[in-house]
Design a protein around this ligand. Sequence first.
Ligand code: XUL
Ligand code: CO
Length: 437
Amino acid sequence: MTEFFPDVPIIRYEGAASRNPLAFKHYNPDEVIEGQTLKDLLRFSVCYWHTFRGTGSDPFGAATLQRPWDDGSDSLENAVKRVRAAFEFITKLGAPFYCFHDRDVSPEGATLKESNRLLGEVAKALKEEQQKTGVRLLWGTANLFSHPRYMHGAATSCNADVFAYAAAQVKKAIEVTHALGGVNYVFWGGREGYMNLYNTNMKRELDHLARFMHMAVDHARAIGFKGQFLFEPKPKEPTKHQYDFDAAACLNFLRANGLIDKVKLNLETNHATLAGHTMMHELEYARIQGALGSIDANTGDLLLGWDTDQFPTDIYLTTQCMLVILEQKGLAPGGVNFDAKVRRESFEPIDLFHAHIGGMDAFARGAKIAAAIRKDNVLADFVKKRYRSYDEGIGRRIEEGSVSFADLEKYMLEKGACAPNESGRQEMLENIVNQYL
Ligand code: XUL
Ligand code: CO
């Protein structure tokens, strides 16, 4: 167990007073919050792409990250060695889940057949490690955006052969996810969007995307995959207009195309902020429609306009996330997946531990703060009272649908003036939340 991270012990909970950087201060997996252990409530997951395939390169500079187990080659041997390193990391961290794209875990071959064979081989190593360690697969997905064939998109490509190739790739990714006992399968848009309408038939592209998702779900059900399907919104990057802009756009797409009962949402913080929303907005918008499936936990930098995918350390953010997540009693079968990467300046392997420990502690602390706020009902009572005019009288009849515009005109003509408004007390509520932090 100490082949790749020899200096790192199993990470344990030591409590808030601990000064050990390799210990949890707030994430005690066995601690019970609102009837669930933190382990079951948060269902933490390590993402393979940033954590085991990230190199630290950026548009201005070369790779910086030291990953001594990785020789940088596309060999099967290297891919399998990476699996061993990944599982040592995940096990020492104590995360119960991981996630991957097909091409993160295994290389692209010269042909589809070869790529499928390589993925099958790596999947054997993944299965072996899962069985040995008890770590489970939260979700699988397919990378339909890196290869040049996907320059115009995958399911929304103008080229039908590219659509067919993507379908074949997703078929295999679903089969591998199923074979590894994955509990969800994710669709993120990748390049499903466009740069300019002069060359784009938006209607056909959206119809094709819907067709693609139906076929994916149909195939999954046919092979016995019982996991949950998730659609991940992101407003921009790589294309200017991503079709999966935000939770509202995704839900509209799913509802319009007969997919609303088959697919939920995987919401990501940095994608929410790129769309001009808070993560809390996105979570609540999905939750009230029964569509909050899972989250990609990270954070952006409000001074930078792109997807920086930083680890979440802000307790306000995690508290707000957990207020919504606790309201729906957790995310299962979804979870909290760290779709986050260490900065290229944090180039040592140990930085991967610091980053994940910080993110897990931030969510655990957010869960405890949110539970305390909920226990005292400070926000819920205020909100309930704020809408009390709909609990009886004319408000109740509006909600029941038993009044018309004419009835409301009559009511108001008789009454003459509205009941006085009351303060929204935003500042008072912000102060109250601060008292719990
Ligand atoms: C890209 C992104 C993806 C998805 C999975 O911004 O978030 O990694 O989570 O394809
Ligand atoms: Co993501």
